[in-house]
Design a protein. Structure first.
Length: 290
């Protein structure tokens, strides 16, 4: 008697079924599987599939995006995949131009950047201390350029409901140093940064990190990202800006029953009693780490 076949080749399934199966994976898996065969490539183009990877509120978010006067609003894309890829490569500017939104290519989770105008900068409205200017390389229309302060205190806040749930986020300070920058405290004392929920507790307890905005002269025994254990060093991004991680935050979403919260990200240097100048702030970016 001829034995009955008990296995099935996935490629024998209709394209719609392949798309449905792929929707239970991740964008990373879909991009990889599209290289396997023409059948998987075709299945990976499905709008139904990419709709699953887009945030449930993506239409509301996109409707807030800024567009050129002659462009349709909200922006029109030929497919859900095109929209997904666009948000991964080119974050959209939202509302009044002080926040951007994009997606992580491999997970599809939300990424946000708060522009310098969205931050609370000590003495930020004083023309003697800070200058607001356009910068060709910036994502936003204005950046904050430090003229001279003794106390450096920069804070940003964001509601957790804007972020992807059940996700660990890293908060990154994005900046440049002008050629004439001086006395930023980075050559002698590291700067303090932290990320915390806005519930009033003292951040000094256990979440403060120490970082350098400019790498000090390394001694032979120093590691590439650490300076004798005192502070983390920045690195250069693909867009030419510098960034340094301020801290991490796990966003529970609504899973813990508490709901929306506010988290604060802070950079502070008030101990080195010297003038500080030459720092150009683009903003603070939040990206998923898992």
């Amino acid at each position: 008697m001829k034995k009955r076949r008990t296995t099935m080749n996935l490629l024998e399934l209709p394209g719609r079924c392949l798309s449905h199966i792929l929707s239970f994976t991740s964008p990373r898996d879909v991009f990889r599987s599209s290289l396997v065969s023409k059948d998987f490539l075709a299945a990976a183009e499905s709008d139904m599939l990419w709709e699953r990877f887009l945030p449930s509120d993506y239409k509301e978010i996109i409707s807030q995006s800024q567009t050129a006067p002659s462009a349709p609003h909200p922006p029109v894309f030929s497919s859900k995949k095109d929209l997904f890829v666009h948000l991964c490569r080119s974050p959209v500017i939202l509302g009044s131009g002080t926040k951007s939104f994009g997606l992580d290519k491999w997970s599809g989770k939300k990424c946000y950047m708060l522009a310098a105008k969205e931050l609370v900068i000590c003495w930020g409205e004083s023309p003697h201390h800070w200058k607001w200017a356009s910068f060709p390389e910036s994502r936003f229309s204005e950046v904050a350029e430090l003229l001279c302060v003794w106390w450096l205190d920069i804070r940003g806040k964001i509601q957790t409901k804007l972020l992807s749930p059940d996700t660990t986020y890293g908060a990154y300070f994005v900046y440049k140093l002008k050629a004439h920058s001086y006395a930023l405290g980075v050559e002698s004392e590291p700067i303090k940064v932290w990320v915390k929920e806005c519930d009033g507790f003292d951040p000094e307890v256990n979440i403060v990190k120490k970082i350098y905005l400019k790498a000090p002269k390394l001694r032979p025994s120093s590691a590439s990202r650490q300076y004798h254990g005192e502070g983390e060093l920045p690195y250069k991004r693909a867009d030419g800006w510098m960034e340094i991680e301020m801290g991490q935050y796990f966003n529970h979403g609504d899973a813990d029953g508490i709901g929306n919260r506010m988290i604060e990200m802070c950079l502070r240097e008030i101990e080195v009693r010297l003038g500080k100048s030459g720092l150009v702030v683009q903003g603070i970016e939040l990206r998923p780490l898992d």
